[in-house]
Design a protein around this ligand. Sequence first.
Ligand SMILES: Cc1ncc(COP(=O)(O)O)c(C=O)c1O
Length: 387
Amino acid sequence: MYQKYYSQFLQAPSGAPSSMLHMACHSHHYWPDVTLDAVQQYWHDAAQLADDKWGPIFEQKIPAWQAAVARTLALPQPDRIALAPNTHELVCRLLSAFDPGRPLRILTTDGEFYSFARQLQRLEELDNVEVTRIAKEPYATLAERFEQELHRNDYQLAYASLVFFDSGVVFPQLLEIAACKPARTEFVIDGYHAFFARPLDLGPVADTVFFTAGSYKYLGAGEGLCFMSIPKDCNLRPLNTGWFAEMAELEDRADRVGFSDNWLRFAGATMDYSTLYKGLAVFGLFEREGITVDRIHDHVLAAQRRFLETMDAAGHPLLNRQNLLHHDLENGHGHFFTFDCGTAEKSEMLQKALKSRAVLCDRRQRLLRLGFAIYHGESETYRQVFA
Ligand SMILES: Cc1ncc(COP(=O)(O)O)c(C=O)c1O
């Protein structure tokens, strides 16, 4: 039903087998066909309007994109959604707002994506930075352990993924924990594996937490456009600040560094906006066709059930229930399954074997990840994976 929107990829023009099964979608979703026209439109606007392109981009395109993101996540104020090419830039900008001369205590988990985990390791080398990592497992007690620690100590920043990148497990009750955070603690939810995959209502936390995600994965608009929603009355003054943060005052610049009370507080500098055009095209397509996140999620849940049925009957030595990382598959899981293959060699061999059967997936050392997308057919049984 949804495959018709992705014909450029699924018809495999490059000579790949037509039965190719793209299960690396949790990393990079294929782009709907409408993104091709969007890129061409960007080329025309950028080339023809030259410097005058910034007017339409800042006055029309960015607000339209922010409004679409806000509708998706039930965020009340679209102009509090900051844009940057990746989430690392936004998170670094936030980190730079803490006074380097004072202690910076950070609470997080041991399951964060490399982008943040590496940055944190480097920051930890500074004398004033102290990091507490709560073990993500066992998932059944994660919420309780994280919340207790959040209130036990004086943390300036708490940071956690809503869906863990290495397992697909949803952090149980993370939104509830964030809603009751101490006022002194800034709270960041890394929502990359949740955005445009799982239905989300951020309304209850929108005024108090930061939420990051981007276009590369489930939205299917490609790399180059990420966002961070900002709490209400945020008065942080990032040390890392670019000239776009002053977009509104360029003609009459003040001598001091001022910050707007909207997303521009966390703005950086010149970037390529082709993904903004692609993202708007995807939002437009889905809106016209009535494709909502609820429908996408239902489609994926049904696909995951069919996969599990096939798997349970297959008796595969590695792809089986024992090796599947999970906590609550029906209600608390993302749009991919992770299998612990025991060693990196075994997972690499399995990935190669799957590729030879035209099943594309990815792996992180010994963990093999298989993702589900709306461009998988409604009657797909995933037998090809277990053949
Ligand atoms: C949980 C999570 N957060 C963030 C990112 C992306 O990070 P960045 O935007 O810094 O490249 C990924 C990418 O795979 C991810 O899985």
